[in-house]
Design a protein around this ligand. Sequence first.
Ligand SMILES: [Fe+2]
Length: 160
Amino acid sequence: MKTNKIGLNENDVVELVDHLNTLLANYQVHYQKLRGCHWNVKGNDFFTLHVKFEELYNNAQLTIDELAERILTLGKSPYSTFADYIKVAKIKEIETENIAADKMVEAILDDFKTLIALEREVIENAAETTNDEGTADMIIGFMKFKEKTSWMLRAWLGTK
Ligand SMILES: [Fe+2]
């Protein structure tokens, strides 16, 4: 069996990195959506959501960096162009100029659902196929953050 520099099966790592790059691409589109929401949110909820979206894009930025550097740790290259991100991502870009504040929150919740589903696939692949507990542990942390934040965003939507 051919192993990489940290002792993981090379063929398994190739497949795992494919999953990680897909997650990275989706995260980049999601990140830009959060920035658009931060810039364009209007109305009574401006001060709440302007700050909340900033908090979420800062978190997304850290997550993106961790993901890319995990791929490098596994000996591979993270996608780094917007062309690749747009080609690979399931999450779609949206125009945020004329969207109501609650629709922005719904769009972010939809992205979270997509990202969480992708993360569950990565966790299963990492832990069960590749024996890469380090990647699984990292992704579980990302997933738990979005699961909890989803609850809070839904609670906020319940007030509308
Ligand atoms: Fe800002």
